[in-house]
Design a protein around this ligand. Structure first.
Ligand code: SF4
Length: 346
């Protein structure tokens, strides 16, 4: 791989067409902000955050359902930590816990199986939120719950596939000129679906890992492709992303889930964008109503690359990490919170 200082020098010397490059994934946004890469770019190269924060796009209706369940008798909601403070229309899970609701944080979906076995008198409800990266583990948890006959474990499934959102981004009035593709999604799906989109939209897509050097290399490769007028997929993370992805994970997803239309908070309903348990797993699902109020949050425009977080009138004013209005200010992968904690406060 080209040395990092040479990569950065080439980026600074870029003299191709103006470039708007979107990183789909919040983990890439975090790497960019923490590394200071944005400040090193030429003026006519912009990095945009994309729709790849699963917590940010989880509809308020799913949060409301989890809040309601956390307050139900003998019921405990289990979720990843970044779900706790995301506001629904009736508050967050953290607020529900302060009101006496039962909410437990977990680090892997499989921990919910252990909790259900250890506490048979309690109904546990697992908040299944994520993209292709985590969906196979939630599928495995649901499969094992069924195999083991765990009657006191249920799921609220808000899992999504990232590709319909990429298509939405590419069909906006001012789409990005290139995409940095998320290596952890590619590890499951392979590079083939990204290659198909790169070909359809005639743009450079570069698959990258999550170290700052990986992201810098992806930006460098994209700028080189733009200057040469090239399109297509380039995989800079071949040690993790194979052309066909992870067949076992794909088989698990296929066995447990089917795709359905799904509401993306701030973006609306996207066809065939959400995973839903298929028979015989549907009996383990509790479900929720899509939709919910936005309270003036502009997360949708941020997620489409139409607005940078500081351009939101609420950013740093009524919306801060201590008092978030929208999910993008709360999640560890949310662009607004990352910008704010990265020194982008106004
Ligand atoms: Fe939403 Fe707050 Fe971000 Fe504005 S600053 S888009 S209100 S999360």
């Amino acid at each position: 791989m080209k040395p990092l200082d040479a990569v950065l020098a080439d980026i600074r010397a870029y003299d191709g067409p103006p470039a708007r490059v979107m990183e789909i994934c919040g983990t890439h946004t975090a790497a960019i902000l923490r590394s200071g890469l944005r400040e090193l770019l030429p003026l006519d190269v912009r990095l945009l955050s994309g729709p790849g924060c699963p917590v940010c796009v989880t509809p308020a209706g799913a949060i409301d359902r989890l809040v309601e369940l956390s307050l139900a008798p003998d019921t405990c909601v289990v979720c990843f930590g970044d779900m706790l403070r995301v506001p629904g229309t009736a508050g967050s899970l953290a607020e529900a816990r302060a009101r006496g609701g039962q909410v437990r944080m977990i680090y892997t979906p499989l921990a919910a199986l252990s909790l259900a076995k250890e506490h048979p008198q309690t109904r546990f409800v697992l908040a299944a939120v994520g993209f292709e990266t985590t969906a196979p583990v939630f599928a495995l948890a649901m499969k094992r719950a069924r195999e083991e006959g765990l009657a006191n474990l249920r799921f609220v499934t808000a899992l999504k596939t990232v590709f319909p959102a990429v298509e939405l981004v590419m069909n906006t009035k001012n789409p990005p000129d290139a995409l940095i593709c998320p290596g952890h999604v590619g590890a499951v799906t392979g590079q083939v679906p990204f290659a198909a989109l790169a070909a359809r939209y005639g743009k450079p897509f570069v698959m990258a890992g999550f170290e700052p050097a990986h992201v810098a290399a992806a930006v460098w490769r994209i700028l080189r492709m733009l200057k040469r007028g090239e399109a297509g997929i380039q995989n800079l993370y071949p040690e993790v992303v194979r052309p066909a992805g992870n067949p076992r994970a794909a088989a698990l997803l296929e066995e447990v889930y089917t795709l359905r239309n799904s509401d993306w908070r701030g973006l609306g309903v996207l066809p065939n964008s959400g995973y839903a348990p298929r028979e015989p797993y549907a009996a383990w699902e509790l479900g929720y109503d899509d939709g919910g109020a936005s309270d003036g949050c502009a997360c949708g425009a941020v997620l489409l690359g139409e607005m940078s977080p500081p351009d939101c009138p609420l950013y740093g004013q009524t919306c801060t990490p201590a008092s978030p209005v929208g999910p993008c200010m709360v999640s560890g992968e949310g662009a607004c919170g990352l910008w704010y904690s990265g020194g982008g406060a106004v």
